[in-house]
Write a protein that binds this ligand. Structure first.
Ligand code: AP5
Length: 241
């Protein structure tokens, strides 16, 4: 932990299938950063049949969104334990309501967001990817048959456990998730850019929009932005020395 330094407080949003999970995993593998994916958390709750899981199951299966307050509760209890860590949120906030709740929570903690990344990938590119996506449910690790294939087809690289398809990755539900993105999540960009000019909101988060159809082009840009916000960010292999 780093009790005194400036901590990475980053959110990552973008269309379903844009590559948020893939890029976040890369960031976490290389740097001393912890990620929290609300999609992964919900899928774990569903698998474990918790109270949240029972509420989430039907909503997620239909491509809808869970209530803002419930999502904040789920995320904030995790974030409170990560005060002394660099973190990135993948998939939260995804409504302006969630964005405001998160800001209020972090203001109370005294560690406001310092990096907001919008990942913008054309619809055609992501629709093609989804049918090839396979996931390892317990860890959230994501694979793709045409990009980032597992070493052994159908099995997770690290545990050897079976990979599964997400039930919400069928074409009809995916189309609904994409529409949900346009109506509920894309207004976040406007919300964060309005904070840039607001005198009430200081210090301001760096706001970047990365547009590309491949994660390989986006990765160096993402890395550059993270390092510019936290110049002293350590790589994991440096740590072990
Ligand atoms: P969540 O799991 O967050 O789904 P999502 O936002 O729809 O995002 P995805 O996980 O589909 O995509 P991704 O951007 O992470 O892409 P990935 O890296 O996998 O949420 C699921 C559901 O939970 C929601 O629908 C909602 O119901 C609920 N929920 C979650 N958060 C919520 C919240 N805050 N409020 C309310 N409800 C919430 O990449 C996609 C595929 O492409 C992979 O196969 C990958 O291998 C491949 N790929 C990646 N990069 C490339 C590349 N460069 N070239 C080719 N393929 C690539």
């Amino acid at each position: 932990s780093h009790p005194n330094g400036k901590m990475l407080r980053m959110i990552f949003f973008g269309k379903p299938g844009a590559g948020k999970g893939t890029l976040t995993a890369r960031l976490v593998r290389k740097y001393d950063v912890i990620s929290l994916s609300t999609g992964d958390l919900l899928r774990q709750h569903i698998a474990e049949k918790t109270e949240i899981g029972r509420i989430a199951e039907e909503i997620v299966a239909k491509g809808g969104l869970l209530p803002d307050e419930l999502m904040l509760k789920m995320v904030s209890s995790k974030l409170d334990a990560l005060r002394n860590n660099h973190w990135v949120l993948d998939g939260f906030p995804r409504t302006v309501g969630q964005g405001k709740l998160l800001d209020a929570h972090l203001r109370k903690q005294g560690t406001p967001l310092n990096l907001v990344v919008s990942l913008d990938v054309p619809d055609e590119a992501i629709i093609a990817r989804i049918s090839d996506r396979w996931v390892h449910l317990p860890s959230g690790r994501v694979y793709n048959l045409s990009y980032n294939r597992p070493r052994v087809d159908g099995l997770d690289d690290e545990t050897g456990e079976p990979l599964t398809k997400r039930p919400d990755d069928n074409p009809e539900i995916f189309a609904r998730r994409l529409r949900q993105f346009y109506t509920s999540t894309s207004p976040l960009l406007q919300y964060y850019s309005s904070l840039q000019t607001s005198r009430l909101h200081d210090p301001r988060a760096k706001l970047v929009s990365l547009r590309s159809s491949t994660s390989d082009e986006i990765w160096p840009l993402l890395e550059h932005n993270v390092r510019s916000v936290i110049p002293g960010l350590r790589e994991r292999n440096e740590e072990r020395r």
